[in-house]
Design a binder for this molecule. Sequence first.
Ligand SMILES: O=C[C@H](O)[C@@H](O)CC(=O)C(=O)O
Length: 270
Amino acid sequence: MQTLPATHPDDFPVLDTDGLRDRFLVDGLFATGEVGWAYAHDDRLLLGGVDLTGEPLTLEAPPELAAEHLCDRRELAVVCLDGSVSVETDGQTHELDAFDVLYVSRGTGSVRLTGTARVYLVAAPAHADHPTAVGRRDEVFGADLGEQEQANVRTVRRYVHADGIASANLVLGITTLAPGSVWNTMPCHTHPRRTEVYLYTGLGDGRVVHLAGPPTQTRSVVVADGQAVVSPGWSVHTGVGTRAYSFVWAMAGENQDYADMDVVDLGSLR
Ligand SMILES: O=C[C@H](O)[C@@H](O)CC(=O)C(=O)O
């Protein structure tokens, strides 16, 4: 399993390309028929991905968690990226299509996936139980943002958040850029109270030039489809694609208030 220990912001600007990728880029999540896991020490976010091809798959806790079941101490989001997947949680079945999300309560014993789908998993430590619930692509809150002149027309869908599916710690949504738009999250922001992970999808053979780092010392990370970037609280997270794409954003930390962010003035970005 890829482990991403925390980095002090003063160490960020001295990292070279490989150093940046080692510390912040998550690769290899989507193996066929088995979960690829990555474990970020920032806010203890656990990320997983699997390419399902019809064979059922029971989710196991990676040994690094030293837990009997994945959700013994964690809440989990199961995100269907494409195709469709049936998720059985302790005998209850939930059907997900593309961009539907299942929130799985802490304390759930068994989670079993069946389908032909690419499935992304995000699990955060939880101190309380909240009901298992489905958020559907066309039913959750969506905000249409951006302007064509700025090449950032996009829909930001919020699934797990303070006014949506209740959670102990996790906040999660999916942003989809309109055809012809390429910029995400510009103007950009930081949120010192939360870690955020962007998982890029729908990018085909294209790339996103993702900007990370303290606002006055950004560096770029070139990201392919199915890869993710971990943003500690001190890091911006924004990017420009060679085409339109979507990304799953997931956060954990002090609170679940979507608006708790410090917007960075464009003129101060370096
Ligand atoms: O904290 C919030 C997250 O960075 C995203 O929701 C922002 C985003 O999807 C966008 O503006 O495109």
